[in-house]
Design a protein around this ligand. Structure first.
Ligand code: SF4
Ligand code: SF4
Length: 163
């Protein structure tokens, strides 16, 4: 299996519906909290798909790597801070990938492999689906800002909801 091709995929099959996960998700990252990995080259990282290395096992202990500045930064990035996810009903049961994100320059952008649009409650492929990007505007300064009027119109069309 190719790790980077499959990891980070968001799908209801991978949702974790249990109290420990839900509780941890309130204040911590649901994938990376307390995680450490060593890639095929011996580099110590938060996850094998990330570029940032905190040393190599040939000359760095895991404890030294964990204590380096920046290593623990992603541990506390929780779903309530992530663009789009913070508005999603699945946010406390969904694994939060930080390696594959929509805007690599923004550590709070939505996981790139998510195909759910929480503003209309539809997954890609379901009748009426439109991507999240059509429900608002994104900039690095503001993050994703939902277009409430457009979302209300879409929900009326899809679900016959009153605006
Ligand atoms: S951050 Fe993404 S790629 Fe890395 S282990 Fe978590 S889900 Fe997989
Ligand atoms: S929007 Fe965020 S919380 Fe919701 S399913 Fe997608 S990745 Fe998970």
């Amino acid at each position: 299996m190719c790790f980077t091709a499959n990891c980070g995929t968001v799908n209801t099959k991978y949702f974790a519906i249990n109290l420990p996960f839900f509780t941890e998700a309130q204040h911590h990252n649901t994938c990376l909290n307390r995680k450490i990995c060593i890639d095929a080259n011996g580099d110590i990282k938060n996850c094998p798909a990330m570029k940032q290395s905190y040393g190599n096992i040939r000359d760095t202990t895991l404890k030294e790597a964990i204590e380096k500045p920046g290593f623990k930064d992603c541990w506390t990035i929780c779903k309530d801070e992530i663009d789009v996810c913070k508005d999603c009903e699945f946010r406390y049961m969904c694994t939060d990938c930080r390696a594959f994100i929509k805007d690599p320059a923004n550590p709070y952008s939505q996981p790139a492999k998510c195909t759910y649009n929480p503003y209309i409650c539809l997954w890609e492929g379901q009748a009426g689906y439109v991507p999240v990007e059509e429900c608002g505007n994104y900039s690095r300064e503001t993050g994703f800002v939902p277009d409430r009027e457009k979302i209300a119109r879409l929900n009326k069309q899809i679900w016959n909801e009153e605006e």
